[in-house]
Ligand binder design. Structure first.
Ligand SMILES: *[C@@H]1O[C@H](CO)[C@@H](O)[C@H](O)[C@H]1NC(C)=O
Ligand SMILES: *[C@@H]1O[C@H](CO)[C@@H](O)[C@H](O)[C@H]1NC(C)=O
Ligand SMILES: *[C@@H]1O[C@H](CO)[C@@H](O)[C@H](O)[C@H]1NC(C)=O
Ligand SMILES: *[C@@H]1O[C@H](CO)[C@@H](O)[C@H](O)[C@H]1NC(C)=O
Length: 456
């Protein structure tokens, strides 16, 4: 079904279970960077690296060495910094030391994310993740990283869990870790599940099983086929977005900028912190919510603005509304500027394989299953909503105080906005470190488009 089928017989990594017991792979939320001077995070002269973001890190073993890696469902490669990396960016994080089981190839590796880039060489090594061990797993050893802020976040690399078509490591070098893990599983267990916690605990990452702390049955999830245009290969974990609701009132979203897509397309990405959408929609959305203002560094909203935004997601019978906690939209962790908090939704017009990028501020509201499908079943995303609108509004009011601004006047769509992005001029926004925001974001994206990075 996927384009790499032909190489299965060529390179066969063997994946075995290390233990039989149900095991959640350790996953933690960590502060990405500590702001040097917290009081005014919104001023436009603050660089993105000073902003207080967060990242979700998973534990894994490579060559019997333990590492923390950023869990990224918006990219497809596994890479780790090697002992050859001497940049400031990778200082102070554990680095991979070659072992007798390392098999180095002469192939170079290079990957650009929205923020930062990484390069090195490709090799194979024994990799352990939770109860799985994969012998001869292909990965990249990075001897150079820039702009990824590894030292501040504490991760030694990135574990990409999107589809193989998006991998920078060529499929002729070997299958991705996700393919190897899933190939050892039988139906209906060919999936991984992610729950992102609101604090350092409460996160979960499991492969081939659910975490009973959050659900014990796949029937708790509404499944939709992953969207792919026509015969195109699957690239990211994406599904149709039918509408957005503002406090229960439907808000019309613009037509898709994805060629031939019948409705706007949402991409799930744990590696991006915020929700990003087309600027025409995002501007109208914040104007509808009210109590919001646009600044040089993006949309801000009053820290007491009490509303629930819902995303109506999924194909066919799987379409359902998922509520977002107001605390993820009036985003205090993003910084506070007097009465103003960072908006959890910001604009981005330079992604063309999808319209809305649903990062951590959305994903913290769901338990999500990524099912890889098989020869008869398309890959699927299963969502289980965890945010109750009434409860989250009540808790938000308790924490933030009374909201004096009048109710939201939901604004209708004025014109059908068609995007003029050509299919060639695509740039990545899977922000590896993920924290993207405002003016800085715009600058980075334009730079990225100009040099035509290969992501998204
Ligand atoms: C931003 O720049 C202004 C003018 O140069 C300066 O007064 C202010 O302290 C700067 N803000 C931060 C957070 O660096
Ligand atoms: C990183 O590895 C590549 C490929 O082996 C090599 O060409 C390059 O010089 C190395 N860079 C550093 C900084 O060691
Ligand atoms: C593919 O997956 C579906 C859904 O889990 C299952 O019903 C079907 O038997 C599977 N087919 C094969 C060939 O494994
Ligand atoms: C959203 O609905 C709640 C509950 O009905 C209401 O208290 C709140 O003021 C509304 N918020 C907006 C922005 O309309």
């Amino acid at each position: 079904m996927w384009r790499y089928l032909g190489i299965f017989s060529l390179i066969l990594a063997s994946s075995v279970f290390r233990t039989a017991a149900c095991q959640s792979i350790p996953l933690f939320r960590v502060p990405k960077q500590q702001p040097a001077s917290p009081p005014s995070l919104f001023s436009s002269n603050v660089s993105v690296s000073d902003v207080n973001g967060f990242a979700y890190l998973a534990r894994m073993d490579i060559g019997a060495q333990n590492f923390l890696v950023l869990l990224d469902t918006g990219s497809s490669d596994l890479w780790i910094v090697s002992s050859g990396c001497t940049e400031d960016d990778c200082s102070n994080v554990p680095k991979y030391q070659p072992t007798p089981t390392l098999d180095l190839s002469p192939t170079a590796f290079e990957l650009r994310y929205l923020l930062g880039e990484v390069s090195g060489v490709i090799g194979t090594e024994t990799v352990g993740l939770g109860r799985f061990e994969v012998l001869s797993q292909v990965f990249a050893l990075a001897n150079q990283t820039a702009g990824l802020g590894l030292a501040a976040t504490g991760n030694s690399g990135i574990l990409g869990l999107s589809f193989p078509t998006e991998a920078a490591i060529p499929d002729t070098s070997g299958r991705t870790l996700l393919e190897n893990l899933v190939s050892s599983l039988a139906e209906p267990d060919r999936y991984f599940a992610v729950r992102l916690g609101r604090d350092s605990g409460g996160s979960s990452f499991t492969v081939g099983e659910l975490d009973p702390a959050y659900s014990d049955s796949l029937s708790d999830f509404a499944f939709s086929d992953v969207y792919s245009a026509g015969h195109a290969a699957y690239d990211y974990w994406k599904v149709p977005l039918h509408a957005i609701t503002v406090n229960g009132t439907s808000f019309d979203v613009s037509d898709s900028r994805v060629p031939r897509a019948p409705s706007p397309i949402a991409i799930f990405d744990t590696g991006t912190t915020l929700i990003l959408g087309p600027s025409a929609d995002v501007d109208r959305l914040w104007q509808s919510i009210g109590g919001a203002r646009k600044t040089d560094s993006g949309w801000q909203v009053r820290c007491d603005r009490a509303m629930v935004i819902g995303m109506v997601l999924g194909a066919g019978d799987g379409a359902k509304e998922y509520a977002i906690d107001p605390a993820d939209l009036s985003w205090l962790e993003g910084g506070r500027d007097g009465d103003w908090c960072m908006g959890g939704i910001q604009s981005n017009d330079d992604v063309s394989s999808g319209d809305w990028l649903l990062g951590d501020t959305f994903l913290r509201n769901v338990y999500i299953v990524h099912h890889l499908g098989n020869s008869t079943q398309h890959p699927m995303v299963g969502l289980n909503g965890l945010t109750d609108p009434q409860t989250s509004l009540a808790n938000f009011r308790l924490a933030r105080g009374n909201d004096p601004t009048p109710p939201a006047p939901v604004l209708g769509k004025v014109t059908h906005h068609r995007y003029a992005i050509s299919e060639g001029a695509i740039c990545g926004i899977s922000a590896a470190g993920g924290f993207v925001f405002g003016g800085v974001l715009t600058v980075v994206i334009s730079a990225c488009v100009a040099r035509r990075a290969a992501k998204y």
